[in-house]
Ligand binder design. Sequence first.
Ligand code: CDP
Length: 231
Amino acid sequence: MQTSKKITIAIDGFSSCGKSTLAKALAEKLGYIFIDSGAMYRAVALYAFQNKWISDSHFEKEKLIENLPNIQLHFELNSSTQKPEIYLNNQNVAAEIREITVSSLVSKVASIKEVRQKLVAEQREMGKKGGVVMDGRDIGSVVFPQAELKLFVTAKPEIRAQRRFLELKATDPNITLEEIENNLTERDEMDSSRDESPLIQTNDAVLLDNSDLNPAEQLEIAYGLVLERLR
Ligand code: CDP
Protein backbone atom coordinates (compact mmCIF):
# COMPACT_ATOMS: atom_id res chain seq x y z
CA MET A 1 0.00 0.00 0.00
CA GLN A 2 1.27 3.48 -0.80
CA THR A 3 -0.45 6.62 0.37
CA SER A 4 0.75 10.19 0.01
CA LYS A 5 1.14 10.60 3.79
CA LYS A 6 4.39 9.01 4.94
CA ILE A 7 5.05 8.44 8.60
CA THR A 8 8.13 7.52 10.60
CA ILE A 9 8.13 4.13 12.30
CA ALA A 10 10.55 3.37 15.14
CA ILE A 11 11.07 -0.24 16.19
CA ASP A 12 13.13 -0.90 19.31
CA GLY A 13 13.69 -3.93 21.46
CA PHE A 14 16.03 -6.54 22.90
CA SER A 15 18.67 -8.46 20.95
CA SER A 16 17.47 -10.87 18.33
CA CYS A 17 13.76 -10.34 18.87
CA GLY A 18 12.88 -10.10 15.18
CA LYS A 19 12.97 -6.30 14.89
CA SER A 20 14.81 -6.26 11.59
CA THR A 21 12.59 -8.94 10.06
CA LEU A 22 9.53 -6.91 11.01
CA ALA A 23 11.04 -3.57 9.95
CA LYS A 24 12.07 -4.90 6.54
CA ALA A 25 8.70 -6.54 5.85
CA LEU A 26 6.79 -3.48 6.98
CA ALA A 27 8.92 -1.17 4.83
CA GLU A 28 8.35 -3.43 1.81
CA LYS A 29 4.61 -3.48 2.35
CA LEU A 30 4.44 0.30 2.71
CA GLY A 31 7.01 1.24 0.06
CA TYR A 32 9.13 2.85 2.78
CA ILE A 33 12.90 2.87 3.38
CA PHE A 34 14.18 0.28 5.87
CA ILE A 35 17.20 1.12 8.00
CA ASP A 36 18.85 -1.39 10.30
CA SER A 37 20.65 0.94 12.72
CA GLY A 38 22.27 -2.04 14.47
CA ALA A 39 24.19 -2.82 11.27
CA MET A 40 25.81 0.62 11.58
CA TYR A 41 26.99 -0.03 15.16
CA ARG A 42 28.19 -3.45 14.08
CA ALA A 43 30.18 -1.94 11.18
CA VAL A 44 31.89 0.54 13.52
CA ALA A 45 32.74 -2.34 15.88
CA LEU A 46 34.15 -4.30 12.92
CA TYR A 47 36.31 -1.31 11.95
CA ALA A 48 37.71 -1.07 15.50
CA PHE A 49 38.35 -4.83 15.50
CA GLN A 50 40.09 -4.77 12.10
CA ASN A 51 42.37 -2.03 13.41
CA LYS A 52 43.10 -4.05 16.56
CA TRP A 53 41.76 -1.31 18.84
CA ILE A 54 39.30 -3.68 20.48
CA SER A 55 39.29 -7.31 21.61
CA ASP A 56 37.68 -9.21 24.49
CA SER A 57 40.41 -7.95 26.80
CA HIS A 58 41.24 -4.41 25.65
CA PHE A 59 39.67 -1.33 24.08
CA GLU A 60 41.56 1.74 22.86
CA LYS A 61 38.51 3.99 22.84
CA GLU A 62 40.48 7.14 22.06
CA LYS A 63 41.89 5.62 18.85
CA LEU A 64 38.40 4.80 17.66
CA ILE A 65 37.03 8.23 18.59
CA GLU A 66 39.92 9.96 16.78
CA ASN A 67 39.29 7.92 13.66
CA LEU A 68 35.50 8.26 13.50
CA PRO A 69 35.75 10.78 10.63
CA ASN A 70 37.46 8.04 8.58
CA ILE A 71 34.48 5.74 8.84
CA GLN A 72 32.06 6.00 5.94
CA LEU A 73 28.92 3.91 6.04
CA HIS A 74 26.23 3.45 3.44
CA PHE A 75 23.56 0.91 2.52
CA GLU A 76 22.97 -0.61 -0.91
CA LEU A 77 20.12 -2.87 -1.92
CA ASN A 78 21.17 -6.41 -2.83
CA SER A 79 19.20 -6.95 -6.02
CA SER A 80 18.78 -10.71 -5.54
CA THR A 81 17.74 -10.76 -1.87
CA GLN A 82 16.16 -7.28 -1.89
CA LYS A 83 17.90 -6.68 1.45
CA PRO A 84 19.83 -3.47 2.12
CA GLU A 85 23.46 -4.36 2.83
CA ILE A 86 25.92 -2.21 4.71
CA TYR A 87 29.20 -0.94 3.26
CA LEU A 88 32.11 0.13 5.43
CA ASN A 89 34.40 2.46 3.48
CA ASN A 90 32.95 1.04 0.25
CA GLN A 91 33.44 -2.61 1.26
CA ASN A 92 30.39 -4.81 1.64
CA VAL A 93 30.56 -6.10 5.23
CA ALA A 94 26.99 -7.41 5.50
CA ALA A 95 28.14 -10.96 6.32
CA GLU A 96 31.12 -10.10 8.54
CA ILE A 97 29.13 -7.87 10.89
CA ARG A 98 26.88 -10.84 11.82
CA GLU A 99 29.79 -12.97 13.05
CA ILE A 100 29.89 -13.72 16.77
CA THR A 101 33.21 -11.83 17.16
CA VAL A 102 31.46 -8.60 16.20
CA SER A 103 28.39 -9.46 18.31
CA SER A 104 30.64 -9.92 21.33
CA LEU A 105 32.23 -6.45 20.92
CA VAL A 106 29.47 -4.26 19.51
CA SER A 107 27.76 -3.23 22.76
CA LYS A 108 31.04 -1.84 24.13
CA VAL A 109 31.44 0.26 20.98
CA ALA A 110 27.78 1.33 21.08
CA SER A 111 28.19 2.69 24.61
CA ILE A 112 30.57 5.46 23.44
CA LYS A 113 28.97 8.89 23.24
CA GLU A 114 30.96 10.04 20.18
CA VAL A 115 30.04 6.89 18.23
CA ARG A 116 26.37 7.42 19.00
CA GLN A 117 26.51 11.12 18.06
CA LYS A 118 27.94 10.27 14.64
CA LEU A 119 25.50 7.46 13.90
CA VAL A 120 22.41 9.23 15.25
CA ALA A 121 23.19 12.24 13.01
CA GLU A 122 23.50 9.93 9.98
CA GLN A 123 20.30 8.07 10.90
CA ARG A 124 18.34 11.32 11.23
CA GLU A 125 19.63 12.46 7.85
CA MET A 126 18.55 9.16 6.21
CA GLY A 127 15.08 9.41 7.72
CA LYS A 128 14.46 13.13 7.48
CA LYS A 129 11.89 12.88 4.69
CA GLY A 130 9.72 10.37 6.58
CA GLY A 131 8.54 7.14 4.98
CA VAL A 132 11.10 5.23 6.99
CA VAL A 133 11.10 2.17 9.21
CA MET A 134 14.17 2.10 11.43
CA ASP A 135 14.98 -0.53 14.02
CA GLY A 136 17.43 -0.43 16.91
CA ARG A 137 17.60 0.43 20.59
CA ASP A 138 17.14 4.21 20.78
CA ILE A 139 15.08 4.98 17.70
CA GLY A 140 11.86 5.95 19.49
CA SER A 141 13.67 7.55 22.44
CA VAL A 142 16.49 9.49 20.77
CA VAL A 143 16.72 9.26 16.97
CA PHE A 144 13.07 9.95 16.13
CA PRO A 145 11.23 10.89 19.35
CA GLN A 146 8.50 12.39 17.14
CA ALA A 147 7.89 9.09 15.25
CA GLU A 148 4.18 8.57 14.60
CA LEU A 149 4.43 4.87 15.42
CA LYS A 150 6.77 3.35 18.00
CA LEU A 151 6.95 -0.37 18.61
CA PHE A 152 8.81 -2.08 21.41
CA VAL A 153 9.34 -5.66 20.33
CA THR A 154 10.16 -8.47 22.70
CA ALA A 155 10.12 -12.27 22.95
CA LYS A 156 11.05 -14.84 25.58
CA PRO A 157 14.87 -15.08 25.94
CA GLU A 158 14.98 -18.80 25.05
CA ILE A 159 12.99 -18.18 21.88
CA ARG A 160 15.23 -15.30 20.84
CA ALA A 161 18.36 -17.42 21.39
CA GLN A 162 16.91 -20.35 19.44
CA ARG A 163 15.98 -18.13 16.48
CA ARG A 164 19.47 -16.60 16.34
CA PHE A 165 21.05 -20.07 16.70
CA LEU A 166 19.19 -21.36 13.64
CA GLU A 167 20.15 -18.24 11.70
CA LEU A 168 23.86 -18.37 12.52
CA LYS A 169 24.30 -22.14 12.31
CA ALA A 170 23.86 -21.93 8.55
CA THR A 171 27.12 -19.99 8.18
CA ASP A 172 28.96 -21.10 11.33
CA PRO A 173 28.46 -24.82 12.05
CA ASN A 174 30.62 -24.57 15.20
CA ILE A 175 28.40 -22.04 16.94
CA THR A 176 26.68 -23.27 20.10
CA LEU A 177 23.33 -22.30 21.60
CA GLU A 178 25.06 -21.51 24.87
CA GLU A 179 27.42 -19.05 23.19
CA ILE A 180 24.45 -17.24 21.69
CA GLU A 181 22.47 -17.23 24.94
CA ASN A 182 25.44 -15.69 26.73
CA ASN A 183 25.91 -13.07 24.04
CA LEU A 184 22.26 -12.03 24.06
CA THR A 185 22.15 -11.78 27.86
CA GLU A 186 25.36 -9.78 27.96
CA ARG A 187 24.28 -7.36 25.23
CA ASP A 188 20.79 -6.84 26.68
CA GLU A 189 22.38 -6.04 30.04
CA MET A 190 24.92 -3.60 28.56
CA ASP A 191 22.41 -1.97 26.19
CA SER A 192 19.85 -1.43 28.97
CA SER A 193 22.24 -0.16 31.61
CA ARG A 194 24.58 2.15 29.67
CA ASP A 195 24.61 5.90 30.37
CA GLU A 196 24.27 6.96 26.73
CA SER A 197 20.79 6.36 25.28
CA PRO A 198 20.03 3.08 27.04
CA LEU A 199 17.43 0.74 25.60
CA ILE A 200 14.08 1.74 27.12
CA GLN A 201 10.45 1.30 26.26
CA THR A 202 9.09 4.83 25.89
CA ASN A 203 5.59 5.59 27.28
CA ASP A 204 4.17 6.05 23.80
CA ALA A 205 5.55 2.77 22.39
CA VAL A 206 3.27 -0.19 21.70
CA LEU A 207 4.58 -3.42 23.24
CA LEU A 208 4.65 -6.33 20.82
CA ASP A 209 5.60 -9.72 22.29
CA ASN A 210 6.17 -12.01 19.33
CA SER A 211 7.08 -15.17 21.29
CA ASP A 212 4.06 -16.96 19.84
CA LEU A 213 3.78 -15.11 16.55
CA ASN A 214 5.25 -15.99 13.19
CA PRO A 215 6.68 -13.21 10.98
CA ALA A 216 3.44 -12.87 8.97
CA GLU A 217 1.35 -12.55 12.14
CA GLN A 218 3.59 -9.89 13.67
CA LEU A 219 3.56 -8.01 10.37
CA GLU A 220 -0.25 -8.00 10.33
CA ILE A 221 -0.40 -6.51 13.83
CA ALA A 222 2.16 -3.83 13.01
CA TYR A 223 0.47 -3.04 9.71
CA GLY A 224 -2.85 -2.58 11.51
CA LEU A 225 -1.19 -0.04 13.82
CA VAL A 226 0.25 1.81 10.82
CA LEU A 227 -3.19 2.04 9.23
CA GLU A 228 -4.55 3.55 12.45
CA ARG A 229 -1.80 6.19 12.40
CA LEU A 230 -2.41 6.98 8.74
CA ARG A 231 -6.13 7.54 9.26
O1 CDP B 1 20.17 -8.10 15.57
P1 CDP B 1 20.33 -7.86 17.04
O2 CDP B 1 19.04 -7.50 17.69
O3 CDP B 1 21.03 -8.94 17.74
O4 CDP B 1 21.30 -6.59 17.21
P2 CDP B 1 21.47 -5.33 16.30
O5 CDP B 1 20.19 -4.60 16.09
O6 CDP B 1 22.24 -5.73 15.09
O7 CDP B 1 22.37 -4.38 17.22
C1 CDP B 1 23.68 -4.74 17.61
C2 CDP B 1 24.10 -3.89 18.80
O8 CDP B 1 24.23 -2.53 18.36
C3 CDP B 1 23.15 -3.84 19.96
O9 CDP B 1 23.33 -4.90 20.89
C4 CDP B 1 23.48 -2.48 20.60
O10 CDP B 1 24.62 -2.58 21.43
C5 CDP B 1 23.86 -1.64 19.40
N1 CDP B 1 22.77 -0.76 18.94
C6 CDP B 1 22.55 0.42 19.61
O11 CDP B 1 23.19 0.68 20.62
N2 CDP B 1 21.63 1.31 19.15
C7 CDP B 1 20.92 1.05 18.06
N3 CDP B 1 20.03 1.95 17.61
C8 CDP B 1 21.09 -0.17 17.37
C9 CDP B 1 22.02 -1.08 17.85
